[in-house]
Write a protein that binds this ligand. Sequence first.
Ligand code: AMP
Ligand code: ZN
Ligand code: FE
Ligand code: FE
Length: 269
Amino acid sequence: MSEFRADLHTHSTASDGTYSPAQLIELAKERGLQGISITDHDTLAGYDSALFELADRLGICLLIGVEFSSFHRNEPVHILGYALDLKNPALSELVLRHQKRREKRNRLMIDKLRKEGFDLSYDELEGGASIGRPHIANLMVKKGYVSEINEAFKRYLGNGKKAYVNVDPISISETIDIIHSAKGKAFLAHPHLMKGSSVKEVLKYSFDGMECYYARFQIDYEKRYIKMAKERRLLISGGSDFHGDNKLYNPLGASWTDEESFNLIQAAE
Ligand code: AMP
Ligand code: ZN
Ligand code: FE
Ligand code: FE
């Protein structure tokens, strides 16, 4: 039996990944992982009973998860929610709010791109439950306006760029409260993507844990975040942020959560 590894940060076709939830479970098995969480952006649509049956059959521990978008001083903050009660009404309501926020935002971003001279329409966007910037970027690639997704982000869609829009942000405190009301645990995702001072500020909210292992992290990053987590008595998670072909440098299983941490995350309060 190999060492227990659970990749707790992955995206499926329910948001901006290119593998279906079932394909992710199969790939996890192929890569020798023992556990996985599918943490789509602002949706739990990937989870159904057939998925749990598949995971059971393949001997993969499937942890319910989600990655909620939030903001701190206009800087994006991503909050991973784990071990949630899918039937919690406040959680369903939050997902619905995000869906509406995303629709409004996508329409505004498409409008801005049209003003830049691109012939794009909202109805051409293709995707699952949660649609966002990577879908717009893919449409721009398909139409030959940019050569790759990364170029669309660099020139138009990245934070603060010409076609970037942020509407109706949902606060960190509200997001964490809802995760807690759904009996889940809230983790700060990929802290390296934020300013160092912001990480310290946002950790004052009632997070349960922090993602200390992330695809392609250098060892000094890991050490710094593990120290911060331990000082604050936070749980520690790890994941790859796998998106399939939408993010080529984050292979599934590139980072993971060990058995002890996995059990603590899964444990009921
Ligand atoms: P959204 O949820 O609509 O704000 O889009 C955010 C998602 O875009 C993130 O989860 C990333 O996966 C993806 N993303 C951000 N920058 C890039 C990039 N340069 N290339 C590919 N994907 C990116
Ligand atoms: Zn993503
Ligand atoms: Fe993220
Ligand atoms: Fe992610």
